[in-house]
Write a protein that binds this ligand. Structure first.
Ligand code: SF4
Length: 295
């Protein structure tokens, strides 16, 4: 007996010490034009048979003691029905009683079919944190990348989650709109964050390791990638427009050259100064060497 994984398996950096349970395979949407995470044939979306998931949880409970965090993979495990998620969460509570946090990636569309009562039950059963790839707060950009969500749908889902106590970590992609739409992407993404007040906010940098043909089609071939300075300028504009009460901010994903950490808005001036310094004097800024980045 072991836990069965279908590779590749992805998880957020902050789940590095979590037990990964692959309760679904792939992504139920799998259309975003910048995303190649689940495009291989073996990653076509499917749901792991419930009895197999329950056996894996029981097995992990017998073998591993002291597991405190569990991450439900893959791309949007919250696509599962509330009933199935509750079965999984209850099994975790029974067989892994020391777990204090279960987390998952979550698309706003996963939330639409769940009532507020459902979300409260999921929180009470242990689902404490979801990672939402908002990517942009600009509807035109969201259409270009075929995200299948609007800014308002994302804000509504995030605020419904907040009302239940489930913490929200949202991701915005720096450079996603290219040079032409950079400003509206920065401003509207900040507005999305302001209207949803996430517990955690992270920025990644766009990267297209398998080429940009599919991505370019969404922009009618007009996408022009930003220079390093352009990426920093967009990040500065985004940060400047943020009005957050208490969100932990991170730009420490491997795709970021400039690593930033702080609590917003408390540390906003300090972070803005760091970005401005990277714009003005990149040679003296504390940037990650390009060779460290995996792309
Ligand atoms: S919803 Fe997430 S995992 Fe699915 S295709 Fe879009 S970015 Fe990729």
């Amino acid at each position: 007996m072991t836990i069965r994984y279908i590779d590749p398996v992805f998880r957020p950096p902050s789940e590095a010490r979590s037990l990964i349970l692959q309760v679904t395979n792939g992504c139920s949407w799998c259309r975003c034009t910048y995303c190649d995470m689940y495009t291989q044939p073996q990653k076509r979306f499917s749901i792991k048979p419930p009895e197999e998931v329950l056996r894996e949880i029981e097995w992990a409970g017998q073998r591993y003691h002291g597991i405190r965090r569990v991450f439900l993979a893959d791309g949007d495990a919250t696509a599962l029905s509330t009933r199935r998620l509750l079965d999984i969460l209850h099994a975790i509570r029974t067989h892994l009683p020391q777990v204090t946090r279960v987390a998952s990636y979550c698309s706003p569309r996963n939330i639409v079919g769940k009532s507020d009562e459902d979300l409260k039950k999921l929180y009470a059963a242990g689902l404490k944190l979801v990672y939402v790839g908002a990517e942009s707060g600009d509807d035109m950009v969201l259409r270009c990348i075929d995200k299948g969500e609007t800014r308002q749908q994302t804000i509504t889902a995030l605020n419904r989650l907040a009302d239940t106590g489930i913490r929200r970590s949202i991701m915005i992609i720096n450079g996603l709109a290219g040079a032409r739409f950079s400003e509206q992407h920065a401003i509207h993404s900040a507005q999305l964050a302001n209207e949803s007040q996430p517990d955690y906010l992270a920025t990644l940098v766009i990267n297209l390791p398998h080429g940009d043909a599919r991505f370019q089609r969404g922009f009618d071939g007009q996408y022009e990638s930003l220079s390093q300075k352009g990426l920093f300028a967009e990040l500065h504009q985004f940060m400047q427009a943020l009005e957050l009460k208490s969100s932990l901010f991170r730009s420490d994903h491997a795709s970021n050259q400039l690593v930033l950490k702080g609590v917003l808005n408390k540390d906003k001036d300090k972070l803005l100064a760091q970005i401005q310094h990277a714009i003005n004097q990149p040679e003296h800024a504390d940037l990650r060497p390009v060779w460290i980045r995996p792309f």
